[in-house]
Design a protein around this ligand. Structure first.
Ligand SMILES: C[S@@+](CC[C@H](N)C(=O)[O-])C[C@H]1O[C@@H](n2cnc3c(N)ncnc32)[C@H](O)[C@@H]1O
Length: 183
């Protein structure tokens, strides 16, 4: 019994340290979007066609799984750097099936995003600045960016709303073609 206790404590420590390490590295913890934020994002997605959707920092997979179930004919892709949340999301994907969902353990700043029609994110101020730099560096796609809470610097959203959750979170929807012109 004592050995089992030690294994459990060590496992909790390793998981906690792994999450703390990646949070320090990327500047944000794997906090999931609230249920109301997810509903707002899904609502905005209704007007974005049928093309691929990428979640930039998919965390524990709550949003991508919801999107994959809601849009079974749409390709949904998650990119996540933090090992434990990524592993949990991949396990849930396997359990639930969801052939239209792909989840990669990758830094989205280092992948080609031009295959997406819609980018979704819930990042932080500096993450949005880095994303804006990447998108204006000329990857050459037109599409939508839906951001939970954090705005893109120097860009005018097509839609901006506040949802009735704990933080009164703003949700922004941008057209990336416009973003490239503005900057
Ligand atoms: C606040 S969570 C959002 C999770 C999920 N998108 C949602 O809305 O429920 C942000 C996630 O982005 C991840 N992240 C931040 N920067 C990243 C990057 N450059 N590449 C991949 N993942 C990143 C973090 O590890 C974290 O899990």
């Amino acid at each position: 019994m004592f050995a089992l206790d030690i294994v459990v404590v060590v496992a909790i420590l390793v998981v906690g340290l792994s999450i703390a390490w990646s949070t320090a590295r990327v500047g944000i913890s794997p906090t999931p979007s609230s249920g109301k934020a997810r509903e707002a994002i899904i609502g905005l997605m209704a007007d974005t066609g049928t093309g691929p959707v990428y979640d930039l920092g998919s965390g524990w997979g709550g949003l991508v799984i919801r999107l994959a179930r809601k849009y079974p004919d749409r390709k949904i892709v998650g990119y996540e750097v933090s090992f434990v949340p990524w592993l949990v999301s991949v396990i849930f994907k396997k359990i639930l099936g969801l052939p239209n969902l792909e989840i990669y353990k990758k830094n989205f700043l280092q992948v080609d995003l031009s295959g997406a029609d819609v980018l979704v994110c819930f990042l932080h101020t500096d993450g949005m600045r880095q994303l804006a730099q990447k998108l204006t560096a000329g990857e050459g796609f037109n599409g939508f960016l839906i951001s939970n809470y954090f705005a893109l610097p120097s860009c005018q959203p097509e839609v901006s709303m506040r949802i009735n959750d704990f933080y009164q979170s703003p949700i922004y929807c941008y057209r990336l073609g416009e973003l490239q012109r503005v900057n």
